[in-house]
Design a binder for this molecule. Structure first.
Ligand SMILES: Cc1cc2nc3c(=O)[nH]c(=O)nc-3n(C[C@H](O)[C@H](O)[C@H](O)COP(=O)(O)OP(=O)(O)OC[C@H]3O[C@@H](n4cnc5c(N)ncnc54)[C@H](O)[C@@H]3O)c2cc1C
Length: 293
């Protein structure tokens, strides 16, 4: 199939992009890397009247360290961030990005586009949720910031309004004593995950201070939980991963609510999540106590 007819504009600034969206009265769509939007148009799952291509808007293709955060602008491509030394400041970015589709897709797809698209199986929304990233949204009345916990409202649904642009995201850089874990299971590399986890554990003096897990591919959005008590209780065991398993099996019953499909039943996804969660929480815990992220 071919897309339905649409108008196309390529504004030179973020303000002009917002003005174009406002002019469409809610019938416009931001075009960033096009890796998700173009298939949606081609399958006629969406029929926006106007595409507002933001890729030429000045000053949005940025990767910038600002104190304790790494700020990524709206048009920064995934592959550019993956190859940037700045990504080392946020280790989960380096762990997760190689699993976002294929290298060719990441050469076009943007970090903010993935967050704005909010696919339940996508890696970057889970990274943003696990780290407590802050998202910057720009509209006609100015800029507002939205914590990741409030940004993702459901499958393909976020706090970005029809006349707004996700202008940047700020990921907290790794702090001393933080360790991270990432794993996903997909049918083939580059496919969306059947189930995946992102983990973060912060320790001080050998004691667990904080532990967070985000699961993806298992619900209508990244499912994020504070699991500090769970990791603390398992931390002194000779086999931390095994000690975590009963807890992650219980957690799986809580967070994995996606219906089964031809790729895997709900029960299968729960088993995957429980295994990956125990393994990657144990990894993150070990890294947090060894002083490497
Ligand atoms: C074969 C295939 C496999 C893939 N596998 C994966 C995978 O495993 N994991 C994964 O995470 N992704 C995967 N993707 C999606 C890919 O990562 C996309 O790049 C990403 O989801 C969207 O980024 P984009 O810049 O291309 O956005 P676009 O396709 O341009 O836009 C996607 C949506 O977000 C909106 N949007 C984009 N940017 C903004 C913004 N700044 N402000 C407001 N709205 C905005 C658009 O209006 C549109 O609705 C896959 C895609 C394909 C085609």
């Amino acid at each position: 199939m071919k897309p339905a007819p649409f108008a196309y504009v390529r504004p030179a600034t973020l303000d002009d992009a917002v003005a174009e969206l406002v002019a469409t009265g809610g019938d416009g769509k931001v075009l960033a890397g096009g890796q998700s939007l173009v298939p949606v148009l081609a399958m006629r799952l969406g029929r926006p009247g106007t595409l507002v291509d933001i890729t030429a808007a000045a000053g949005l293709d940025t990767i910038e360290r600002r104190g304790a955060v790494l700020r990524i602008g709206a048009t920064t491509r995934q592959r550019r961030l993956e190859r940037s030394p700045a990504a080392n400041d946020v280790p989960l970015i380096g762990m997760a990005l190689p699993f976002v589709g294929h290298r060719e897709l990441r050469s076009r797809g943007t970090v903010c586009g993935s967050l704005a698209h909010a696919d339940p199986g996508a890696e970057l929304p889970a990274v943003a949720s696990c780290l407590g990233a802050v998202l910057e949204v720009t509209g006609a009345s100015g800029r507002r910031t939205v914590p990741a916990a409030e940004f993702f409202a459901g499958a393909m649904t976020t706090a970005v309004g029809a006349e707004e642009v996700l202008s940047a995201v700020e990921f907290p850089v790794a702090a001393p004593g933080e360790g991270f874990g990432f794993a996903e299971i997909a049918r083939r590399h580059g496919d969306f995950a059947l189930a995946g986890v992102v983990t973060r554990v912060r320790s001080a003096g050998g004691a667990v201070q904080e532990a967070v897990i985000s699961g993806f591919g298992i619900s209508d959005r990244a499912a994020t939980r504070d699991v500090t008590d769970l990791v603390r209780a398992a931390a002194d065991s000779a086999d931390v991963e095994a000690a975590l398993r009963p807890g992650t099996e219980e957690l799986a019953r809580d967070v994995v609510d996606t219906a089964g499909d031809s790729h895997g039943s709900q029960g299968y996804r729960r088993r995957l999540f429980a295994v990956l969660a125990a393994r990657e929480l144990a990894h993150a815990h070990r890294r947090s106590t060894e002083g490497r992220s």
